[in-house]
Design a protein around this ligand. Structure first.
Ligand code: X5A
Ligand code: ZN
Length: 732
């Protein structure tokens, strides 16, 4: 895992030369503090260090007008008075004689990062830059931003590296209206931004920052705005935004849904198989998907052959992900006034790493609380390096106002993305067996509905220091039963040969007849040893094979609960039943993915059918598995692939990769015998931090699949509020 860190000390040269309370927060110390913290945490040394270069004027011209570039060039020779006068012509901008140089270094750093990642020199990386970029426009500086670093990098990637689809994730707390304007009619760049909005009262107070601004012309649906209408948004709100808005859209490969047209490529044309024209046609150049055939006036006739080859591609599925990584969205920041803790940014990064084969480039934007900024930067770098993300603290209950925002952006985008088609829950009777009153209360602080407490920035920030160093020495271990079934493994994955002590294994084997058999017994010994390594913090995650998946899973669960785990999340695929005599005490959350029925048997025991399509499986992960996992806040995840689990390798890999998130990276995967050894290798690589393999072309969730998920959500969203995609009606 090679992570590039692009930086240049000269970017600290620009500073405010006069009194301006609005601009004084954008200071050189922002960069020095972040870099120093990376060094102290031993993180900088693990990165591939690249010194930033200046972007050329031609490169700046990818986004900015020549007149504007000349104007900024001219500021190098201006007096302080002249600089101040010019700055006053823009909103929240200051110029310094070194601004032109710094801003060219900032854009150049973004370009170098993209070059390193797209040539394979690095897998991912971070550029620490100032001035920031996302507010700047074709011919205007704005909001401390001079050149639009991320937009320039996106255009450069498309022109120089033949990358077509780029996702820009703007998690800065301000709306990057500059990026939005540059790409608003371009379907090849999907721009997602959340921002403090307060119904338009917060800077820059633009109508086009609201959720109903979705892009223009062919770019409709490729601008996704999530306005926060209250301050105080926290980890649960940010995670919900990614799970319920950004990721479904980012993964979507086609917007064809029931009742829409369906085309197939046929030699020189496209055969229309069903009628009903889709809302938009295929992408235009330079995306390389073929020319438009007739635009919006083209009405398909079933059975007819259209004259120009096209391909239905309202899709996303990025080839590169750029993050406008501002940390004014983190706790303590005076601009954002939000509550998300630094480790949240490790989780957001982790979620994005499953896209685009892991080609992820983060470029600094805002972030004005030096301590919060530095820690958040460290968390992103740790995630990029593949280290486990520290568990999220605080109650995982999205705020009412956050759910209203999520609901409104899903509604605004639903015409463009089938995966957002399912709006709020279908009202269902809540679980009678486990109404909130009768439900056993789980061990604090995890589980449903623990009480919200306002996090104190200083306390949160200092406790995080320890976590920077608390990473297990072994990241991934593999324990195999049959030596013949040895998969190809990355070199630093540990091959665990040893077993738990004989007496310990024997004691547990008494639980089940099947565990006393030779190979099952041997496998159990290895599983116990591996699990103990995880529970004691020597190993982060592991995979073990076993011929007796069901009883071995039960032992692993019981051992986990009796050896320090407060809460264990079990995800069981295929024929694996929850042990009937397991206490339903809130310490185990058991999810079966198999069979026919979507059913919540209790708050802590549920099953969902394995969807028939990859798109359905994806929806199941994003809409159900991860919200439950993050809501439960387990300290151990057990993922078991039992007989007839039905998963393709890339699906299993995606699930395992994403399950590294919720429990501090502590995941044990049990693979039943009969699964190909290839699967073990694939799983080992993702647990080790490699990006999961591409899902390939796939069909979106069927209406039945989505119905099953909505049904479960209706049953479960009262206790598991991370499942909500809309604000509950009636309650303010
Ligand atoms: C990059 C960034 C904020 C400008 C705020 C002006 N700009 N009030 O965070
Ligand atoms: Zn900002």
């Amino acid at each position: 895992m090679r992570t590039a860190l692009v930086y240049h000390e000269e970017m600290t040269a620009a500073r405010l030369l006069w009194d301006d309370p609005e601009c004084e927060i954008e200071r050189p110390e922002r960069l020095t503090a972040a870099v120093e913290r990376l060094q102290q945490g031993g993180l900088e040394q693990r990165c591939l260090r690249l010194a930033a270069r200046e972007a050329s004027e031609a490169e700046l011209g990818l986004v900015h007008s020549p007149e504007y570039v000349s104007l900024v060039r001219g500021t190098q020779a201006l007096s302080t008075e002249e600089l101040q006068a010019l700055s006053g012509q823009y909103d929240a901008v200051y110029f310094h004689p070194s601004t032109f140089h710094c801003a060219r270094l900032a854009a150049g750093a973004a370009l170098q990062l993209v070059d390193a990642v797209l040539t394979g020199t690095a897998h991912n990386g971070l550029a620490l830059v100032r001035p920031p970029g996302h507010h700047s426009q074709r011919a205007a500086a704005n909001g401390f931003c001079v050149f639009n670093n991320v937009a320039i990098a996106a255009r450069h990637a498309q022109q120089r590296h033949d990358v077509r689809r780029i996702l820009i994730v703007d998690w800065d707390i301000h709306h990057g209206q500059g990026i939005q304007y540059i790409f608003e009619d371009d379907p090849s760049v999907l721009y997602f931004s959340w921002h403090r909005y307060e119904h338009g009262r917060f800077w820059p107070s633009l109508r086009e920052s609201d959720a109903d601004a979705v892009g223009l012309g062919p770019g409709r649906g490729f601008t996704v705005n999530l306005p926060w209408n209250q301050v105080g948004m926290g980890n649960a709100d940010y995670m919900a935004a990614f799970l319920h808005v950004l990721l479904p859209v980012a993964f979507e490969v086609t917007a064809w849904g029931p009742g829409m047209g369906w085309w197939e490529e046929h030699g020189g044309g496209v055969l229309c198989l069903e009628s009903t024209p889709p809302p938009r046609w295929s992408r235009t150049e330079p995306c390389g998907w073929g020319a438009l055939s007739g635009g919006a006036s083209f009405t398909p006739v079933p059975g007819s052959l259209s004259p120009v080859p096209t391909w239905p591609c309202l899709q996303f599925d990025p080839e590169l992900v750029l993050i406008s990584a501002g940390f004014d969205s983190a706790i303590g920041d005076p601009e954002g006034q939000m509550q998300a803790t630094p480790e949240c940014f490790a989780h957001l990064t982790r979620l994005l790493q499953v896209l685009a084969g892991g080609r992820l480039c983060a470029v600094l934007e805002g972030g004005y609380h030096l301590e919060s900024l530095s820690q958040s930067v460290c968390m992103v770098v740790k995630a990029l390096l593949g280290d486990p993300a520290p568990p999220l603290s605080g109650p995982m209950v999205p705020r009412h106002s956050a759910l209203e925002s999520i609901q409104s952006v899903r509604a605004a985008q639903a015409p463009h993305w089938t995966s957002l088609g399912q709006q709020g829950s279908t009202p269902t009777l809540s679980l009678s067996a486990c109404s909130p009153e009768k439900r056993p209360s789980p061990v604090s602080p995890g589980g449903p509905k623990c009480q919200a407490a306002e996090a104190q920035p200083s306390a949160v920030l200092s406790s995080l220091l320890d976590q920077l160093s608390a990473t297990p020495p072994v990241r991934t271990a593999v324990a195999l039963t049959a030596p013949a079934a040895v998969p190809v493994l990355p070199p630093d994955v540990l091959r665990q040969e040893g077993s738990a002590p004989q007496e310990e294994t024997q004691a547990w084997a008494r639980l089940h007849e099947a565990l006393t058999q030779d190979t099952a017994f041997a496998a159990l010994g290895k599983v116990l040893r591996l699990l103990n390594g995880i529970l004691e913090g020597q190993v982060s995650s592991g995979i073990a094979t076993t011929p007796a998946a069901a009883p071995t899973l039960e032992v692993a669960l019981r051992q986990g609960l009796s050896h320090g785990a407060q809460r264990v999340f079990c995800v069981a695929l295929g024929q694996l039943d929850r042990p009937p005599d397991l206490a339903d005490d809130g310490r185990t959350l058991w999810l079966n993915i198999r069979g026919k029925e979507a059913a919540a048997r209790s708050t802590f025991h549920m099953s969902v059918p394995l969807p028939g399509t990859t798109g359905g499986f994806l929806s199941c992960i994003l809409a159900l598995v991860l919200p439950l996992a993050y809501g439960f806040q387990p300290d151990l995840v057990l993922l078991a692939l039992g007989p007839a689990h039905g998963l393709q390798d890339p699906q299993a890999a995606l699930l395992a990769a994403l399950l590294r998130g919720p429990a501090g990276g502590r995941v044990l995967v049990l693979v039943g015998q009969g699964s190909a050894r290839h699967l073990v290798g694939v799983l080992a690589r993702v647990l080790h931090g490699e990006p999961p393999p591409s899902l390939g072309p796939f069909s979106m969730a069927s209406p039945d699949d989505l119905q099953a998920l909505a049904h479960l959500r209706g049953q479960l969203e009262a206790p598991w509020e991370m499942l909500r995609v809309a604000a509950p009606s009636g309650v303010p």
